[in-house]
Design a protein around this ligand. Structure first.
Ligand code: FPP
Length: 251
């Protein structure tokens, strides 16, 4: 909070932000890397490299801003359909990101975790995920959840199978199933649902991201492409969020 007060003093942050109503959890669909590169006549992989830089800047800022959880969509269960060269470039970038994570993010008190089925990723990447998760686990600032080989439908399917398995083993009965049990069988177990979902890159769809968790999430879209996304856009989204009236189905 002191950091926010200092930002106010230095006038680097809009004084309109209500510091008592900072969202706990922000989710981001990091879209627009390919178009950013295309506009410049560059290969798509360069757009992803720029996107990774943006992720570092935004994670650091979210931590300083007092956000507790940031969940980012880095690779979906559908992204395997992209050309092999692009998938390989994304995997190389991920590996590089993880290898340097403690310097560029961990040093900022950020704790790194992943959601999604990482079992199919390369041994090298899996080893780095375990290493980075362990090395940052005592960090007390932002919790950065990187969604890797993540899909909302496959996450729900996985939860249904877990629960059905427990019925089969007679650990629970059908009547024990409730919303809490489903939430507790998702990759996001223990993490509050996102307050805001930000989608840069002009599209306005969920793209199979956090389908269960976004039931009451406020969605904020922008035409800005992810590599051009800056802390000012986070502030803009938070200001918009603070002006919304969340009724959760009530009046
Ligand atoms: C969607 O933009 C973006 C992705 C499929 C990949 C997101 C990955 C990063 C931002 C890289 C950083 C992440 C890590 C963890 C290293 P798109 O390529 O579909 O853009 P387009 O819609 O303009 O083609």
């Amino acid at each position: 909070m002191n950091f926010i007060k200092n930002m106010f003093k230095k006038n680097t942050i809009s004084t309109k932000v209500d510091t008592k109503n900072i969202p706990v959890h922000i989710a981001i669909i990091m879209d627009g890397n390919g178009r950013w590169a295309k506009k410049r006549g560059l290969p798509r992989s360069i757009g992803h490299n720029e996107g990774a830089k943006t992720l570092k800047t935004i994670s650091t800022f979210c931590g300083e801003f007092g956000i507790k959880y940031l969940t980012v969509y880095a690779f979906s269960t559908e992204n395997w359909k992209r050309p092999k060269s692009e998938v390989d470039a994304l995997m190389d970038l991920l590996l590089d990101f993880l290898k340097n994570a403690e310097t560029h993010i961990g040093g900022k008190d950020v704790r790194i975790q992943t959601i999604g089925d990482v079992s199919v990723l390369s041994e090298e990447i899996k080893k780095e995920i375990v290493r980075v998760t362990n090395i940052t686990k005592e960090n007390k600032g932002l919790i950065l959840n990187i969604a890797l080989n993540y899909g909302g439908r496959s996450e729900i399917l996985h939860a249904v199978k877990e629960i059905a398995g427990n019925i089969e083993k007679k650990k629970i009965t059908v009547n024990d199933i409730d919303e809490e049990m489903i939430s507790n069988n998702l990759y996001t177990k223990g993490i509050p649902d996102p307050d805001i979902l930000i989608r840069p890159g002009k599209e306005s769809r969920l793209s199979n991201f956090l389908l269960w968790q976004t039931a009451y999430t406020e969605i904020w879209y922008t035409d800005v492409l992810w590599p051009d996304f800056r802390k000012e856009h986070i502030i803009e989204a938070v200001l918009d969020y603070q002006n919304r009236n969340r009724r959760y189905g009530g009046l």
